[in-house]
Write a protein that binds this ligand. Sequence first.
Ligand code: GRG
Length: 295
Amino acid sequence: MSFKEKLLLKTKDIDEKLELYLPSESEDETGIIAKAMRYSVFAGGKRLRPIILVSVAEALGGDVNKAYPFACALEMIHTYSLIHDDLPAMDNDDFRRGILTNHKVFGEDIAILAGDALLNRSFEIMSKACALNNDCSLVKAMEAIARAAGAKGMLGGQVVDVINDGKKIDEKTLRYIDKNKTAAMISGAFEAGAYIARAGEETTRLLYEAGQNIGVAFQIQDDILDVIGDFETFGKSIGSDEKNNKTTYVTMFGLEKAKEDTASLSEKAVKIFKEIGSSMDFLAELTNYLIKRNN
Ligand code: GRG
């Protein structure tokens, strides 16, 4: 099976599991919140973080069925962060994943609540999986995800981004934002996958490091696409960084260095996968695929 076929299969797999883990419209009084949650989750995300989590667990000999609740929870947290990031109080964006943003369709109030509901649902799913399996390594995976999404991870990176809105930032601040806002959820996917497979301490650490490198490379690629991408494939407005006067890797170092650094960060991650072994081949291919992505 080709890499593209494997990726498609894994994406379909995650979509099917998300369908099971999300509430249905008949589950609450109005059905509105489930509808708003589902609107953004099924808007066509790449499912990168859940695919990484499941693939790591699988590559290290773990039980993929134990990995799915955590993978879906991670995607729900990611989607909540996108819904909130698009709000007028944050980036004020009209399009995400190629369609209107959640608040444009459901209103700001419901969009905030849909994000909150996704975050709560994610912990409901993960804690249920921990209890059902009575497995401490799953608790560690949940902790890794909570940490990645929290004030010392994605949310912390977003705070530094938001308070510097419209200001010129230095390199240290830019790197902090990229490492936390974007890379934390990707290294969190690697770490959680490793815990689910009960990997050793050193392997878990190496995978976390690979995730950090891929995460930063992923953000730089996002900055590049904001300049040279096109709306149809990227799925959101182009040139928003410039419009918002944002310092990005591209505005700080230029397009050429941004491209070079994306490639070298990805190479570092691939080197780690090679060190761990051939079971990591899919993740190495995924890394190489991501630096060529246009969406
Ligand atoms: C509001 C708590 C809070 C956090 C917001 C994720 C985030 C933090 C902001 C979104 C804006 C942004 C450009 C973040 C960088 C990470 C990134 C490139 C997100 C998009 O991830 P993809 O490309 O999206 O994996 P899909 O739609 O494919 O899932």
